[in-house]
Every structure is written in C-alpha cells, then in structure tokens.
Ligand binder design. Structure first.
Ligand code: HEM
Length: 518
C-alpha cells in the first residue's frame, strides 16, 4: 500500500462546522480499552450544571505569562505530549455518547512502544520507510531552503506520519520536530547494530527478529528508560519519586489499560506547561504558540528559520540564547489554549465539533460527562491506599484561594470547592504543594502509577526483558566517542541535531570562546 492508495479523507469535503459530532472517523482499529483507578463519583456533576464548568474553565487563564525558571525545561513539555500520544487516543466526541471506560476504545496500545511513530511498520505503513527489506529505515524530510534533514517526509500533499489516522504529533512545530528525533534514532540504531561492535552487549537480548525489529526494540527500550529516568523525576513530586522504590511492580503481560483519571484529567496537566511563545533560534526569537500549531499542521517542509535549537529546550547542548523553562504547573493555562483552531481540535477526531474551542473547558466538561471522580474522592482513595497522607489533601479554603488567577473564586461561587473537578484539583495541588514546579502528591501518584504500570506490564519492554538495572549499551557518537544514550539530549547528540544554524553557531562560539581566549 502506498500513500496514494489511501482514500482521501472523508471529512475533507465536509464544510467546517457541518461535522456530525457523533460520528467517529477512525478507520484504524482500536488497540484496547480504558479502565478506572477509582470508583465512580458519588455526586456526579449533571448536564444542567455544566455552565459552572464552562465558567471555571474560562477563568483558568493568565494574562501575563507565568514562566518558570525552575520548572522543567520546555523540551519536557513536548516530550510529555509525545509520550501521552503514545499511550492514549480516545476519539469519543465531546458530545458523547460516553461508554463505560472498559467499553471505550483506545486507539493506541497501552504501552510505550512508539506505535504512533512506527505506524503499521514496513508492511502496514510502507510510505514511512525506505531501505532493504528487513532493515528498513524511516524516510526523513528536508527543511527549506537549505535541506537540513530534520522534518517529516511529505508526499501526495500530506505529512507522512504514523498510521496517517492519528496525526496528533503534528499538533505543533515543536512536537513535530521531536517526532523526527525518534525517526533518526531508529535509523541510527539500524546503522549501529550493523557497525558498532559495542552493540554486541545487547544484540543477544534483542531477540531473533529482523534487523528492523531489533532496532525498533532497542529504540523503544531507550525511550522507556528515558521516560523513567529523565522525564518522571522532573514532573513528579519528590515524595512520590522516592515512593517508587517501595512500590510493588506489575507482572509483565498482566494486562494493563489506561485509566481515564489519567487520560481525561491528570496527564493533561501538561496543558498548563505550554507557554505563550517560544524562542526557536537566533533568527526566530519569539513565535506565538498559535503560529507553531498552524505551522506544525501544514503539509509543507519546515522553513530553516523555524528549526528548533535543542539547546534552548534542554540543558547541556549548544545554544545561541538562554535555556527556557515551561510555564508553571498551575491552574493557569495559556490564553492560546482557550481558543484552539478547528485544525487543532480535529487532530484527535476528524469529525469532532469545534465548539467549544477552549481546551480547559473541553477537559472539564469531558471529565464530568465521562463521570470522573472528584479531586476529593481521588485524594481520599489515595489516603486509604496509604499513598498520600491526610494532610496532603487540599482543603476547601486552599481550593478557594485566588493565586494566579480568579479561578478559586469562580470555583467557590459555583459551589465546587468540595466536589472539585479532578483536572482542576490536580493543577491546584501542583500550584500549592508542588510550588508550580512539579505535580502535587495525588497528581504525581496517578501519573506515576500509570506510567510505571505501562512500563512494567509490557512483556516486550526493557523492564520485563532486561530488568530495572539494565546497563545501556554504548553508542558511537558523531564525534567518535562511545557513550550511553540515557537522556533526550543523548538522542539529540547521537543523531547530530544539536547543530545550530550557521550564524547561531557563530554566536554560540563567540560566547564559548571570547576573543583572546581561543
Ligand atoms: C500546544 C500544546 C497542546 C495542545 C494544542 C493540546 C491539545 C489537545 C487537544 C485538542 C486535546 C483533545 C481535547 C478534548 O477534546 O478533550 C488534547 C488531549 C490531551 N492532551 Fe493535549 N495539547 C497540548 C499539549 C499537551 C501536553 C504538553 C500534554 C501532557 C504533558 C498533553 C496531554 C494530553 C492528553 C493526555 C490528552 C488526552 C488524549 C487522549 O486520551 O486521547 N497535551 N490535547
């Protein structure tokens, strides 16, 4: 099957706004279903009370950007979005109908297996690949005008990504470029499994599959290792991170499905990390997130001027400017997220109604319609399980407080301070108990439990096959050194994408070696 064989989008001819919100356009088959972590709410918010949630969502906005300096670097915002898209894709239209989680399809596998990158593999998604059979590499697109190999391939007027059904990684230009890093990581794995003798330490454990299959497994194992060691410690509350050591692990193959408390509330905490604007490189110093969304979705090669300087997004890489950190993890969500474009909303479900375009409102209303427990019920259950302490629970007066915006007053005015939507509770908790730098105790437990369970339950994952103390193999880096790839910056360096645009590089070098010191 080539990309030309894929039927044109059913929705392409449908006028905007005329979409039937009950229709589901996914032609990919579901990979599993959802579950619940906690019991259903005792007093669910009814549909005639939804106006309260709309008012609350509207108030979760900041006028002046609350950018952190101690929050995770901005690259981790988008790595969070990337791994979230790997684990969960719920195409239930906002209007419903909402089935029980066990009957709601998840269009992604509940494992960190990069199925949103590999699509159906060389057989199911041949348009993504090139090279010899059994040792296929990803096609990589080029930027314009210079032709840096740092974009997704484009063919027949569309960006070639995953299974072509789930195109959420085109949400914005930052995520699109992060996705490319993984294509190049795979290509490097194909090369090094054949040429790097240091890979012998891992070759045997990768199994007897084709070179492609072994490379994919190696890439997934590193990705899983990075989620556990590079990502989680940055977003989880310290106490919870330490709790990990005492947690009893799930058995591999024990069957795991994503709980809706994670997909519909807790892991959406990343929406509050999104900033209004980003510096991409020394040419493009301030781009609004709206523009990055529009550009990410375009079926056109990325312009050189919009190449991400990864050194601004992570520590430890060359950069022509300062590193930048995410917005605070709190109840304020960038104004840009309060009015998403139809294109952005429909990345998740091509026939989705575009109203409301306000993301916090969508999240709150969706959570109520899917009957999520309240924040208080979730916290109470975690206390009963001995995961958090009674004093960790937020009080009504804490929930009512107006800290970064008016949302506390709005919550209280609507009588929601004792039956608080889980999404709001998690963000308020991050604000008050994590100081806006990490999640709070309840949010951390939900995120950690789900991410760790997905890692542990995967029978093909590195935890099951190699164990938690797996010693990563040594890769040959472009500068000739042999080192492990144990972080996102390791991937950037391995694939050579830490290189800066020529004048940005000159700027960085001047900064590194002031005249007279060279
Ligand atoms: C510019 C950045 C982002 C945009 C525009 C965006 C947009 C969206 C939209 C439109 C939805 C579907 C909303 C609905 O209909 O209920 C969604 C869902 C979601 N988002 Fe984001 N998002 C962004 C960043 C993030 C980040 C940084 C994270 C996590 C770290 C995240 C996690 C999620 C999750 C877990 C879902 C639910 C996915 C599913 O189960 O199908 N998002 N996002």
């Amino acid at each position: 099957m080539s990309v030309a064989d894929i039927a044109p989008e059913e929705s392409a001819s449908r006028p905007a706004g005329a979409a039937c919100s009950h229709a589901r356009e996914m032609r990919a088959s579901p990979k599993g279903h959802y579950s619940r972590l906690f019991a259903k709410p005792v007093a669910p918010i009814s549909s005639n009370e939804e106006s309260k949630l709309i008012e609350l969502g509207n108030s979760m906005c900041y006028e002046v950007e609350r950018e952190g300096t101690l929050t995770p670097r901005i690259g981790y915002t988008y790595f969070g979005q990337f791994l979230g898209h790997d684990l969960t894709h719920d195409t239930t239209p906002l209007a419903g109908p909402y089935a029980e989680p066990e009957k709601t399809s998840n269009f992604r596998t509940a494992a960190f297996d990069l199925d949103h990158v590999y699509g159906g593999g060389p057989t199911g998604s041949p348009y993504l690949y090139e090279g010899e059979e059994g040792g296929e590499t990803f096609k990589v697109g080029a930027t314009t005008p210079t032709g840096y190999r740092r974009d997704l391939p484009i063919g027949h007027g569309r960006v070639l990504i995953g299974d072509l059904q789930d195109t959420r990684n085109l949400d914005n230009l930052l995520l699109r470029q992060l996705h490319v890093l993984f294509l190049k990581f795979h290509n490097e794995a194909i090369r090094q499994l054949q040429t790097n003798p240091a890979m012998e330490s891992v070759t045997h454990s990768l199994g007897a599959g084709t070179l492609f299959e072994r490379a994919r497994r190696l890439v997934c194992w590193h990705y899983q290792w990075i989620i556990r060691h590079d990502y989680l410690p940055r977003v989880l509350h310290n106490d919870v991170w330490h709790f990990q050591a005492h947690r009893s692990a799930r058995k591999p193959g024990s069957g795991f499905s994503v709980p809706i408390e994670f997909s519909l509330a807790a892991f959406r905490f990343g929406h509050s990390m999104v900033r209004n604007a980003y510096r991409l490189n020394c040419r493009t110093k301030r781009v609004l997130i709206e523009e990055l969304m529009a550009l990410g979705q375009k079926a056109e090669p990325i312009a050189d001027d919009y190449l991400v300087e990864w050194g601004t997004f992570f520590d430890g890489l060359p950069t022509s400017g300062p590193q930048a950190s995410s917005a605070f993890i709190d109840t304020s969500v960038s104004c840009a997220m309060h009015g998403l474009s139809p294109g952005t909303i429909r990345l998740a479900n091509k026939l989705e109604s575009i109203d409301p375009s306000n993301l916090p409102v969508r999240t709150l209303v969706r959570g109520a319609r899917a009957q999520l427990p309240s924040g208080q019920e979730a916290a109470e259950a975690l206390v009963a399980q001995g995961r958090i302490k009674s004093k960790d629970r937020l009080t009504s007066s804490q929930l009512r407080s107006d800290t970064c915006n008016r949302s506390g007053s709005v919550l209280s005015k609507n009588g929601l301070e004792q039956n608080t939507p889980l999404f709001y509770y998690i963000l308020k908790e991050a604000e008050l108990k994590g100081e806006g730098l990490t999640l709070g105790p309840a949010g951390s437990h939900i995120v950690s439990e789900v991410v760790q369970s997905a890692l542990e339950a995967d029978p093909d994952g590195y935890l099951a096959v190699m164990g938690p103390k797996w010693e990563l193999p040594e890769w040959r880096f472009p500068n000739g050194s042999l080192r492990q790839v144990n972080s996102l910056i390791g991937i950037v360096r391995l694939v050579g994408d830490e290189k800066l645009l020529p004048e940005c590089e000159a700027h960085w070098r001047r900064f590194q070696f002031p005249p007279g010191l060279v």
